[in-house]
Structure formats: C-alpha cells, structure tokens
Design a protein around this ligand. Sequence first.
Ligand SMILES: NC(=O)c1ccc[n+]([C@@H]2O[C@H](COP(=O)([O-])OP(=O)(O)OC[C@H]3O[C@@H](n4cnc5c(N)ncnc54)[C@H](OP(=O)(O)O)[C@@H]3O)[C@@H](O)[C@H]2O)c1
Length: 250
Amino acid sequence: MPGAAGTVLITGASSGIGAATARRLAARGHDLVLIARREERLKALAAELSAEHGTAVVAAPLDLEHTEELADALTAVLAALPGPLAGAVLAAGHGRGHGPVREADSAPWESQLRVNLLAPMIVTRQLLPELDARGGDLVLVGSVFGTRPSPGYAAYSATKHGLAGFVRSLAEEERPPGGCRICLISPGATNTEFASVLSGAPAPRVHQVTDWPYHPLLAEDVAAAVEWAMSRPGHARIAELTLDPADARY
Ligand SMILES: NC(=O)c1ccc[n+]([C@@H]2O[C@H](COP(=O)([O-])OP(=O)(O)OC[C@H]3O[C@@H](n4cnc5c(N)ncnc54)[C@H](OP(=O)(O)O)[C@@H]3O)[C@@H](O)[C@H]2O)c1
C-alpha cells in the first residue's frame, strides 16, 4: 500500500544532499524513487530505508548526462511509481572540470551543462503533469555559485545561474491550485563527495574538506531545509532559500 505522505522522486540520491534528503523524507513516511548512476548505492539505501521506515523505495539507476535518452528513461521510471507523485527533489550535479577558463576543456563543461542544467529542465518538464495538481512540491538544488561570481568555477557557476533563472521563471508559470509549488535551495560549501568529484580524485570518493578555512555545512543541514520547505502548509511557498556555513568567506 502506498505511503500516506505520497511518493517523492529524488535525483542525486546515491550520496550527499540527495541521500540525506531521502533519509529525512522516508522518516516522514514518504515512498521514494531514487535516481543516480551508482546502482549499488541506491539499492543499499533503498534496503536501509524500507527496513527502517517500512516505506516503498524504488532504486532507478540513470545517467542524467544522457539527456537525449532521458525522456524515455523517465517514462519507464514513472510507470513504476509506488504511488501518486507528491514531490520531487532534483539534487544531482557536479563541478568536475573547474579551473580558469583559459585552461578549460570543453568535455567537462558539456557534462556540467547536461547534468546540472539540461537534465533538471527535462526532468521538470516531464514531472510537472505527474505532480499533485493541488500543490505538489518541486525542489531544485542550486548553489550560492548561482548568484555570486565564482572565479575558477565559471562553468559550474553558469549552470547554477542558469538553473536559478529557469526556476524563477517556472515559478511564475506554476502556482497551486492547478500547478506546483516550486522552490530553489542554494547551499554554500557542504561536506559531501562533491569536492572529491571536483578534484577528479580516484574512487572511492570521500568527504575531504578538512583543509577548508571554515566549517562547511553538512548534507543533513541542506536536507533539513528541503524537508522544511516541503512541509510548509499549502498556502505558503518557500521560493528561495540560501544556506551558508556561518564562518565562510568565499
Ligand atoms: N557540496 C557542496 O559544496 C555544494 C554546494 C552547493 C550546491 N551543491 C549542489 O548540491 C547537489 C548535490 O551535491 P552533493 O554536494 O550532495 O554532492 P555529491 O555527494 O557528489 O552528490 C552528487 C549526486 O549527483 C549524482 N550525479 C552526478 N552526476 C550524475 C549523472 N551523470 N547522472 C545521475 N546522477 C548524477 C551523484 O550520483 P552518481 O555519481 O551515483 O551518479 C550523486 O548522487 C549538486 O547539484 C551540487 O551542485 C553542492
């Protein structure tokens, strides 16, 4: 039987902010669809959450970089939903290929544009008709680099600026009732595998921010913000929310 709280689809669910969000939402009684590439991670998390909370959790391994195939792949995922779609949290993203623009390769730029910007746009377009028309929640994870200049991260910053523009425009199109509640959550530095992916370090990916000159956020901090935004009463929309490490100066 579907969980009473409804199903939430999460991209980037194999680690970091997405995985922490999955844990929070499962504890609130949501059934889940978990999307990322690393199938074993998704399956392990699905088993953990089903055992702990009794929720239905579907692991849906998908490479979001393959944007040409995304619509068909998502159609298959949506056909296997455990119940009506109450919300979606689009957290998948990476910053691989950072460095000065003068020294940049095109391939990581293209990958970032696909995973961080085009994929959430395509996924959003496909999910909107599936989301609860009384006000299903769509939360997109941006970044503080989507509002600030970020030397060394120009491509990543461009994808997150682009995402912010997409979300702000979408939110003017979508209003409940009859439309969805749209929220942009923009974290600052967060202690996840992100930095490890960024540096191109070999597997296994690790949390590696011990040398940072401030205390980063934890994935759980961002997940708590996502859960808070999604659990506001129907008349209230958290349009945008920025989280920063309290002692950070970028
Ligand atoms: N950590 C930070 O400092 C920070 C700050 C601001 C914003 N953010 C944003 O927060 C979001 C989550 O990042 P995180 O910090 O939680 O880092 P993370 O632990 O590295 O998580 C990134 C997630 O994205 C997934 N992903 C990456 N490429 C993918 C692809 N091609 N197809 C499908 N899934 C893919 C990864 O799964 P697989 O590798 O298994 O596919 C993983 O689940 C990202 O959008 C990031 O830009 C992070």
